[in-house]
Design a protein around this ligand. Structure first.
Ligand SMILES: [Fe+2]
Ligand SMILES: [Fe+2]
Length: 150
């Protein structure tokens, strides 16, 4: 599978999980806990493979200016999600009033970020990288993802 398809599939899976989470109420304690664990694992694996493999390849192939900007903005969004919003959500009682609001903030952040990747970074990556590059990156992403999720 090529890199872009793999990353887009991850986005679709995370969007579904975040949608399911948003649809729960504070009484669905077990369901919420299960979803949060899944979202945490998938988001961490996804952002890690992007940061270790895909983003560096994008940055290396890209040009100074807009491509660099896109790269640094994406990294900051990972940092906001991974170091602030997600840890906050994980530390929040699933039966509490705060939980829904924090889950919503994470969902909005991820939707914004994944949307920008799909509309800006990935189309640009398709121009900068060859089909062979994208296929070989896809293999590396998949292997590392399996390792992280194991
Ligand atoms: Fe990302
Ligand atoms: Fe992504």
């Amino acid at each position: 599978m090529d890199a872009i398809t793999l990353l887009k599939n991850d986005h679709a899976e995370v969007r579904t999980l975040l949608g399911d989470l948003e649809a729960t109420t504070s009484r669905a304690v077990k369901k919420r806990s299960e979803l949060v664990v899944k979202i945490d694992a998938l988001l961490k694996a996804h952002t890690t493979i992007e940061e270790e493999i895909f983003y560096p390849a994008f940055k290396a192939a890209g040009e100074k200016g807009d491509d660099d900007k896109m790269y640094f903005e994406a990294l900051e969004e990972h940092r906001a999600a991974g170091e602030l919003v997600l840890p906050d959500l994980l530390a929040t009682d699933v039966g509490s009033e705060q939980f829904s609001g924090r889950a919503k903030v994470l969902k909005e952040l991820i939707e914004h970020h994944a949307g920008e990747e799909e509309k800006e970074m990935f189309p640009r990556a398709k121009k900068l990288l060859s089909r062979e590059d994208l296929n070989s990156l896809g293999e590396q992403l998949e292997a590392r993802k399996q390792e992280l999720l194991a």
